[in-house]
Design a protein around this ligand. Structure first.
Ligand SMILES: Nc1ncnc2c1ncn2[C@@H]1O[C@H](COP(=O)(O)OP(=O)(O)OP(=O)(O)O)[C@@H](O)[C@H]1O
Length: 263
């Protein structure tokens, strides 16, 4: 669980500021949504300690983020950036995945087994000798996911992980998120994809102009038409269709619609 209290952050020389009086992000799958520039990436950079708030407290599982050593942070929290090229710097896929484990002093045998396992899980098992920059964008996005899976922190932060992925890879990544949540990890995903939020997440946090304007279930969010509009979000595509047909129900996906319309 993550808690933020009385948090204020401002970039130097810009008008943008993030202000959060109180926010609790519970275990499970959480989506962070909001229009461009709302502060989503800034928030997750604060959660990793890549940015430091001017005031306020961030606690990860009861421990102050500011007091964790770099190795403790690496074990506690992992992040993938929107652009994988911001975090790839090794000369092979294999060494990229092994890098974090080496920093933690993991033995060679465990590193080899872990690299094999996570490359298989993201579907890059045949690419281990390649230079990461010879991979396609979608493969590089899968590779950065593998680098975090290798360390297996308590908290995973993914910034737009699905962008550029085809349908099969999206299914694969969603299955990874569910596996992690079932294994007790906290998974926080920034996305603009409301179909994904509706169908796949336990909770959703909405940011608007540097403030949290909602935290709750996807059902509660999509019930609140005024909030959806104020935060400039889209409804899930299924709900756009049903709303256009005069049905004001909340439907998270096709299966949910069918369930609600069973005789
Ligand atoms: N390093 C920086 N220095 C100054 N301003 C920044 C910096 N990074 C982001 N900003 C500004 O902070 C604001 C919030 O940016 P942020 O990237 O957190 O938004 P976001 O919700 O993730 O947007 P998007 O959906 O476009 O990724 C924006 O106005 C952005 O221009």
């Amino acid at each position: 669980m993550i808690t933020l209290q009385q948090l204020k952050f401002k970039y130097p020389n810009t008008a943008f500021g993030l202000t959060i009086d109180q926010l609790t992000l519970d275990a499970g799958l959480t989506a962070i949504v909001g229009q461009n520039g709302a502060g989503k990436t800034t928030l997750i950079k604060l959660l990793t300690g890549l940015l430091t708030p001017q005031t306020g407290q961030i606690q990860l599982a009861g421990h102050s983020l500011a007091e964790l050593t770099p190795a403790q942070r690496l074990r506690q929290i992992g992040i993938t950036f929107q652009d994988p090229d911001d975090q790839l710097f090794n000369s092979t896929v294999e060494s990229e995945v092994a890098w974090g484990l080496k920093q933690l002093g993991t033995d060679t045998e465990t590193i080899t087994a872990t690299v094999d396992r996570v490359l298989l899980e993201v579907g890059l098992q045949d690419r281990r000798e390649q230079n990461p920059y010879d991979l396609s964008l979608s493969e590089r996005k899968l590779l950065v996911i593998a680098t975090v899976l290798a360390i297996d922190p308590a908290i995973y932060l993914f910034d737009e992980p699905m962008v550029a992925l085809d349908w099969q890879s999206r299914q694969r990544v969603m299955a990874i998120f569910h596996r992690l949540a079932e294994a007790g990890r906290q998974v926080i995903v920034i996305t603009h994809d409301m179909d994904l939020v509706a169908a796949g997440f336990d909770s959703v946090t909405v940011l608007r102009a540097g403030e949290v304007v909602f935290t709750g279930t996807p059902t509660a969010l999509f019930q609140d038409a005024a909030l959806v509009q104020r935060a400039q979000l889209m409804l899930p595509r299924l709900m756009q269709i049903t709303a256009a047909l005069g049905d004001s129900g909340v439907y998270l996906d096709v299966a949910d619609y069918a369930r609600q319309h069973e005789a």
